[in-house]
Design a binder for this molecule. Structure first.
Ligand code: ZN
Length: 69
């Protein structure tokens, strides 16, 4: 049953968002993920901007950027 509730959790999460792909700044100190690659929070990223799955970003301990809340 635990697996089932996890699946439901992810499903709800996915349907609430339009995309499951987010953008992160590939710097060692980056703690945020971004829904938009044009986000102003990414504009001062001096590292590479990479696309990752939102679940992966969350697993890495990243949270949604403050500009997009
Ligand atoms: Zn952002």
């Amino acid at each position: 049953m635990k697996t089932l509730s996890l699946i439901i959790f992810f499903f709800v999460n996915i349907t609430c968002k339009e995309s499951t792909t987010v953008y992160i700044c590939n710097s060692p100190g980056a703690k945020k993920y971004h829904n938009s690659s044009n986000c102003r929070g990414l504009s001062n990223c001096t590292y590479k901007i990479v696309k990752v799955d939102i679940e992966q970003a969350k697993k890495d301990g990243k949270t949604l950027c403050a500009w997009e809340k």
